[in-house]
Design a protein around this ligand. Structure first.
Ligand code: NAD
Length: 331
């Protein structure tokens, strides 16, 4: 995906002129629809628009919901030159993008991210998809958005917990690639400058490794542990908090291996207090059984992203990881 597909604070109305003969099928969630209905009907007033809403949150990323939306769009006679627009966070973007990738073998897709996480992460990089009963994001495709329209004004209505989900990815990007990001992170509303810098980190990694075979895995820093923490808590720990906790575990493992410096752990701890996040409380080895199902791991080897100034990939056997987790837990 090219960086110039991203439009910052551009009037959406003017961008729609690029599709003169198309109908627009906008997908959003119930919550956003109630907040932004007037904005959407005004913005899309001059085009042929049909709006489909999905339930808010992760529960919408199912085959059932995917099928419901696809059938609705087919009934509404969607054609190959029509456009699917996602207006929402990562859930809407992932589901709408997957619909756009598959319906009629693919139609044009525009993504308008409304959460911080979607602006800095999920709307970029072309991964779209839904969950299987066996796990998250197991059904999907690569589908680049024709346009990604970023407007940080949407963040004014975003609840604090949702902002923290975005901050997790922002702190991750700073550690893995660009430490100048740290200086832009305050407890104020995120600035466009910050959003752009974080996007640059992801876009560079995606460009070098679109299909996620090597360097794109840096983006997984802290995430294997985060997914394990989320699973162990039966998804009661919000994703952003789990990412912060997961990054702490990964930094400590790096310290045990003498790869990571203690100053990096102190840096991370600053954000634990800024965003009022508690560290993971239990002995780390308890996460081992939840790490096994991570799709980034092969049968024998676990892949970890560690930090030595920037990110590096390390693979290890389960027994080694078990021992490391015990030692890291003591720090
Ligand atoms: N495709 C990728 O590369 C990728 C990367 C990271 C995460 N993801 C996926 O992203 C999803 C999480 O996305 P998310 O964190 O954006 O959550 P989300 O889409 O569930 O949105 C979170 C909540 O915020 C509300 N909301 C969204 N924008 C709002 C706004 N401007 N004002 C008020 N409320 C608003 C939504 O209605 C929802 O209730 C997960 O399913 C994850 O798997 C995908």
């Amino acid at each position: 995906m090219k960086k110039n597909n991203i439009y910052y604070n551009t009037k959406i109305e003017s961008l729609l002129k690029a599709y003169p003969n198309s109908k627009f099928f906008l997908i959003t969630d119930d919550n956003l629809f109630s907040l932004y209905q007037n904005f959407l009907t005004t913005t899309f007033a001059n085009v042929d628009l049909s709006i489909t809403t999905i339930p808010e949150g992760e529960k919408a990323k199912t085959i059932k919901e995917y099928q419901r939306v696809v059938e609705l769009l087919i009934k509404a006679e969607i054609r190959r030159n029509d456009v699917i627009v996602a207006f929402g966070g990562g859930v809407v973007g992932d589901l709408a993008g997957f619909v756009a990738a598959t319906i009629l073998r693919g139609v044009t897709f525009i993504n308008i991210p409304t959460t911080l996480l979607a602006m800095v992460d999920s709307a970029l990089g072309g991964k779209v998809g839904i969950n299987s009963e066996a796990g998250k994001n197991l059904i999907g495709a690569f589908k680049n958005a024709d346009k990604i329209i970023v407007n940080e004004q949407f963040l004014k209505t975003l609840p604090q917990q949702e902002l923290i989900n975005g901050y997790g990815e922002i702190v991750k990007a700073a550690f893995i690639s660009d430490r100048t990001i740290f200086s832009l992170l305050t407890d104020d509303q995120p600035s466009l400058k910050l959003i752009k810098k974080v996007q640059k980190v992801k876009l560079a990694l995606v460009k070098s490794d679109y299909f996620d075979k090597n360097k794109r895995q840096y983006l997984n820093f802290g995430h294997s542990f985060a997914h394990a923490i989320e699973k162990e808590s039966n998804y009661q720990v919000p994703h952003g908090y789990a990412v912060f906790q997961g990054m702490e575990i990964a930094l400590k493992i790096g310290m045990v291996l003498k790869i990571t410096t203690p100053s990096d752990l102190r840096l991370l701890e600053k954000y634990f207090s800024l965003y009022q996040i508690k560290p993971y409380q239990k002995p780390y080895f308890k996460l081992l059984k939840y790490l096994k199902n991570d799709k980034k791991n092969t049968q024998e080897l676990t892949t970890l992203i560690l930090i030595k100034e920037r990110a590096l990939i390390k693979t290890m056997k389960e027994v080694e990881l078990d021992e490391l987790l015990s030692l890291a837990s003591e720090l």
